[in-house]
Design a protein around this ligand. Structure first.
Ligand code: NAP
Length: 302
């Protein structure tokens, strides 16, 4: 069973593993099947769900909301994360000429109102700025956050894909602690281990959320030399620790980091979610962790 953890000094509490809903529109589920899937992962203790306004071309929040409307009480059993600031050129926005970022207060308000309506909820637990915006005015974002908190639409705020300096800049203007930085961590790409991002999280005792732990599936299917080397080592470690599949080794590898990342599960198959949850029983040794590092880099440590 997955337990709850306090992700930042002043909260909130999240489940140790999180369910991602980026791919929900691809799962081809009826509203009832979506509700069943949601209840099944809640049953496993995975109570935190990760969304973004843009997922599924602005469709996924709505699909989730339709399921929630079938049994509104379920809202009280989950923590909802969603994001804003990416503006996509899709059919519903014909006036946009290029994908871009927008952290203006007006856009943040609009995006939150849309998310609340689509998700069919009164409040978002954590709102993240999805990607760093070169034109971000930190004072303006801080004001928008304060207003959204005051009117009760959002409880907590955080960021995603921010560098340590970008995190510091925004934190210098926002009065509440930013509660997470959601970043990519997997054996094929772990730049955040070395660029100060996870050091900053550890320093602040703020837990990062880890996206695409399985490399979006490419760890299983990738045919590059790097992917092949990594798969071989993961398979060897799987046999050593008695795990049932290499995804369990990967989740254990991500969680071995001292900043205690919270893996976001990307699969819509409950069996794979169960397998991810079962990985909590495994802890890698330092040497096992570094064998994956070496396989990924293609050379030994300096
Ligand atoms: P992931 O776990 O790396 O990839 C999930 C994909 O891998 C799914 O297509 C899944 O297919 C496939 N997969 C899982 N187990 C497999 C196996 N044993 N064999 C073959 N394929 C397998 O996660 P992700 O979906 O890329 O990302 C997870 C979540 O992170 C997203 O839902 C989203 O919430 C978040 N995210 C955030 C950002 C950001 O910028 N903040 C970016 C990307 C993602 P099945 O569905 O068939 O199992």
């Amino acid at each position: 069973m997955v337990s709850k953890v306090t992700i930042a000094p002043q909260g909130p509490e999240f489940s140790q593993m999180i369910q991602g809903y980026w791919r929900l529109a691809e799962w081809g589920m009826t509203p009832q099947e979506r509700l069943t899937f949601l209840k099944q992962h809640i049953e496993l203790g995975v109570t935190t769900v990760d969304h973004a306004d843009i997922y599924g071309g602005y469709e996924c929040e709505q699909l989730f909301g339709e399921a929630l409307k079938l049994d509104p009480c379920v809202r009280d059993q989950i923590e909802i994360v969603t994001k804003c600031d990416i503006n996509l050129c899709v059919d519903k926005f014909p006036q946009r000429k290029v994908n871009h970022y927008d952290t203006s207060a007006a856009h943040i308000y609009q995006s939150v109102n849309n998310s609340l309506e689509r998700l069919a909820v009164e409040q978002i637990d954590v709102l993240l700025i999805h990607r760093p915006d070169a034109l971000m005015d930190a004072d303006e974002v801080a004001e928008a956050f304060a207003e959204l908190r005051k009117v009760g639409k959002v409880k907590h705020f955080g960021v995603s894909n921010f560098s340590p300096r970008q995190f510091e800049l925004l934190q210098s203007r926002v009065s509440q602690p930013l509660v997470t930085n959601q970043v990519e961590i997997n054996p094929l790409n772990f730049d955040v281990v070395h660029d100060g991002t996870l050091d900053q999280m550890q320093m602040l005792r703020t837990l990062p959320m880890a996206w695409s732990c399985l490399g979006g599936g490419s760890i299983f299917s990738g045919d590059t030399e790097q992917a092949t080397r990594v798969r071989d080592v993961l398979e060897a470690i799987r046999a050593e620790i008695g795990a049932s599949s290499i995804d369990q080794v990967i989740y254990a590898w991500v969680r071995r980091l001292p900043s205690n990342p919270l893996p976001i599960i990307g699969s819509g198959k409950i069996e794979r979610v169960k397998s991810a949850v079962e990985s909590l029983q495994f802890e890698l040794t330092r040497e096992q962790w570094y064998r994956v590092w070496v396989a990924s880099k293609g050379h030994g440590v300096p």
